[in-house]
Design a protein around this ligand. Structure first.
Ligand code: PMP
Length: 286
């Protein structure tokens, strides 16, 4: 069945949706994006995604395409029109359409594209079994805190990981794990401390990462925001990833090293449950 997607002010069947070949998102990856989860037809953590969208736009001096109210109204309209119960809403803002030139063009209208993807997020076989990751050099640019659509290095890394029999890739720089191909990386040390890399230009400031750390605070799970080595990850008691579409998801194998006996550990399972409970509770209140 065809989806209804949103392109620059219009709701269209996906086959009819078009963008220009001169769109700078297409020519220069001059565009930023956000992915918000939907549970029971309601957006999860969406205010934080909107705040990060504004930060990405500001860092690149891309004009805001329209008001937040309008963007959220379109997200909700797409959920309704596509009868989306569980899945994600993808939104992309591009600098706009102009003849090809490296210099940012002035005075053009930024573009806005959105679509939904239906997907089971809560009941996932992968969450029961845990995933395997393969480490790989971090070949990305130095402003990974800006959520641009320049995802080729991540796409190459995940493809190579899959071909090597793993589920995902973890990027490594100077011996330290930065993050996953499309998620933030966490370990739980032998003494039970949860560790995830500190914020900076080297990683995306994950919205789910922030929610998980807030849950740790509320439930007195000790954590440190610092970088950790690959060797520390191999020796970890538990490991997991976070993102809008995976929530907290256990990692049970890193480069073939079995983590936590090869099954999802108690800390990641607890955080996954707490995150889903909070998401369902918050969305019910809105
Ligand atoms: N890091 C990277 C590189 C990502 O692409 C993503 C998800 N797009 C994340 C982390 C997780 O961010 P969030 O929790 O906001 O989805």
């Amino acid at each position: 069945m065809s989806r209804i997607v949103y392109v620059n002010g219009e709701f269209l069947p996906e086959e009819e949706a078009r963008v220009s070949v001169f769109d700078r998102g297409f020519l220069f990856a001059d565009a930023v994006y956000e992915v918000s989860a939907v549970l029971r037809g309601r957006l999860v953590d969406n205010a934080a995604h909107m705040a990060r969208l504004h930060r990405s736009l500001a860092e690149l001096e891309i004009p805001v395409p329209t008001s937040d109210e309008e963007i959220v109204a379109v997200q909700q309209a797409l959920i309704e029109r596509n009868d989306l119960d569980e899945g994600v809403v993808y939104l992309q803002v591009t600098r706009g359409v102009a003849d090809r030139d490296f210099v940012f063009p002035e005075g053009i209208q930024s573009g806005l594209v959105m679509f939904t993807q239906a997907e089971a997020l809560i009941d996932k076989a992968l969450a029961e079994r845990g995933i395997s990751v393969a480490t790989t050099p971090d070949l990305r640019w130095k402003r990974r805190d800006i959520k641009t659509v320049a995802l080729l290095a991540a796409s190459m890394a995940k493809t190579a990981a899959k071909r090597a029999g793993a589920d995902d890739a973890w990027f490594v720089e100077d011996g330290y794990v930065t993050e996953g191909s499309s998620n933030n990386a966490f370990i739980v040390t032998a003494d039970g401390i949860l560790v995830t890399r500190q914020l900076g230009n080297e990683i995306l400031h994950g919205i789910t990462r922030a929610s998980i750390l807030r849950l740790c605070q509320e439930t007195a799970i000790p954590f440190q925001e610092r970088r950790f080595t690959v060797a520390e990850a191999y020796a970890a008691r538990e490991a997991f990833i976070t993102s809008a579409s995976t929530f907290a998801l256990a990692v049970v194998r890193i480069d073939g090293h079995v983590i936590g006996g090869g099954v999802p550990g108690p800390v990641s399972r607890r955080l996954r449950t707490l995150y889903i409970e909070a998401a369902l509770r918050d969305s019910a209140e809105h």
